[in-house]
Design a protein around this ligand. Structure first.
Ligand code: BG6
Length: 481
């Protein structure tokens, strides 16, 4: 057995990291537009006022806004069958609470989807990928305010109605589980904050802050369930999925305390999926909230809403695994959203993310066993520094190795019986790193000439991995060398 014939090979992006055109054609500013580039210590900064002398990477990003035809043609040349992108909420509703959508924003995405259609590429659209309107942060404290549900549903209603014949696959929130961690305070929660280090730091883990996170998350669960229900009413053919930052956590040893700790941490990986797939909070929630000493406010009818909006498929990002132990004298390692204990059996990327293809097979089996609905891996890849040779070639064999190993493990998972239906590796075209704001941390098959300071021609170049992935797709995952 191998990849199913109709397997969705493709690539993934997000508006805030690749679109640019941040204030063009009526677009409002989103929370991400207030985040500066990376600095020496790799932190990005959040500023409430947008300063004219500061570099904000999302403002131009890689200018997909003006180059989408060229970029989609390159994706088509590789043979993409699916293209994951997000819609910038503020291009449709500039302030988030507007009554009427921005026509130019609607037109832009229609052109993008039509361009995909021309090549037979199926769009996979993330409705919210760190692009909350800044106005909702400032005026309402973001997702802490229940009103955000209505604003989000109005936005979804516009998208579903406008694009019902162009888009079939949707994701309600990117990495919704990030909202349980400080890393999600600004980008996912849109909580009001002072100017200061963003992304890596988030806001302090006080009891009040933790309670805010789970309250905001509850609002996102309700919003997601309502969106699923609404989408199915508008077009019963729609397939609407959840998107979870997938981590794999191993016990560091067979000490039962390590095993229990790993189980507890893995539950944080399952928590959001459990709610969105099963339509109810999992059995461990009560104890979890008691241990955290928090409670959340629910309205009458919320439980029914969750039940009425179960997702059609499960999607995840997967970059790395970590270990858990009660032993405090172990080496630590970090990643995009997780901190954990270093695994001596694994190598790491230049940014310290532990590379573990087998962890993906393990996780896919666990998820499928738990939910038994189709799964897509909608992010995976290696952030690395690329060198352009004098003839314009880029020899990124490290990226090919990384992806080959992960594809092989996905194949194993399919043979294990997992219903895996798509793979869209992250940053199929180089884009801005979310955690560091850098350009030099590249994931793409397509190189974009732009540096950390925002300088460059923005020209696109094909890397070695471009030709390799094209072969992978045309052979449906059989030719991996
Ligand atoms: C995921 C996010 O967590 O990781 C993406 O959904 C992000 O937005 C990706 O870009 C890779 O992380 P980074 O920090 O290398 O850009």
């Amino acid at each position: 057995m191998s990849f199913p014939k109709e397997f969705f090979w493709g690539g993934a992006t997000a508006a805030n990291q690749f679109e640019g055109g941040w204030n063009e054609d009526g677009k409002g500013d989103s929370v991400c537009d207030h985040m500066t580039g990376g600095t020496v210590d790799k932190h990005r900064y959040f500023t409430n006022e947008i300063k004219s002398d500061t570099h904000y990477p999302s403002h131009e990003a890689i200018d997909f806004y003006h180059r989408y035809k060229e970029d989609i043609a390159l994706f088509a040349e590789m043979g993409f069958r699916m293209f994951r992108m997000s819609i910038n909420w503020t291009r449709i509703f500039p302030n988030g609470d507007d009554e009427v959508p921005n026509q130019k924003g609607i037109d832009f995405y229609r052109s993008v989807f039509e361009e995909c259609k021309k090549y037979g590429i199926e769009p996979l659209v993330t409705i919210s990928h760190y692009e909350l309107p800044y106005n909702l942060m400032k005026k309402y404290d973001g997702w802490l305010n229940r009103k955000c549900i209505d604003f989000y549903i109005r936005y979804c209603n516009t998208l579903f109605t406008e694009y019902k014949d162009l888009v079939k696959y949707w994701l309600t929130f990117n990495e919704i589980n990030c909202l349980t961690m400080s890393i999600g305070d600004i980008l996912s929660g849109g909580f009001k904050c002072e100017d200061g280090p963003a992304q890596v730091m988030g806001l302090p883990d006080t009891k009040e802050q933790v309670a805010k996170r789970y309250q905001a998350l509850h609002h996102q669960f309700i919003a997601s369930a309502k969106a699923v229900k609404l989408g199915h009413e508008i077009n019963p053919e729609f397939k609407i999925g959840c998107m979870i930052a997938g981590g794999c956590i191993y016990p560091y040893s067979c000490n039962p305390d390590d095993v229990l700790l790993a189980q507890k941490e893995m539950r944080m990986n399952y928590f959001c999926g459990d709610v969105q797939v099963r339509g109810e909070y999992p059995h461990f929630t009560k104890r979890m909230f008691e241990d955290l000493d928090i409670s959340i406010l629910e309205e009458e009818g919320d439980r029914d809403i969750l039940k009425s909006g179960k997702v059609d498929f499960y999607s995840l990002s997967y970059y790395m695994s970590t270990c858990s132990t009660v032993d405090e004298n172990t080496l630590k390692t970090s990643g995009n959203v997780v901190m954990g204990v270093k695994n001596p059996y694994l190598k790491s990327s230049d940014w310290g993310w532990q590379i573990d293809p087998k962890g993906l097979r393990y996780l896919l089996n666990e998820l499928y066993g738990r939910y038994q609905i189709p799964i897509m891996v909608v992010e995976n890849g290696l952030g690395a520094i690329d060198k352009v040779e004098s003839d314009g070639s880029i020899h990124d064999s490290y990226r090919i190795d990384y992806l080959r190993d992960h594809i092989n493990q996905m194949k194993e998972a399919i043979n294990d019986g997992v219903e895996l239906v798509g793979f869209t590796p992250w940053g199929c075209i180089d884009l801005v790193s979310i955690s560091t704001g850098e350009m030099k941390k590249r994931y793409g098959f397509i190189y974009v000439d732009k540096d950390n300071e925002g300088k460059g021609t923005l020209n696109r170049l094909r890397k070695d991995s471009f030709y390799w992935y094209k072969k992978v797709i045309s052979s449906n995952g059989e030719e991996l060398d």
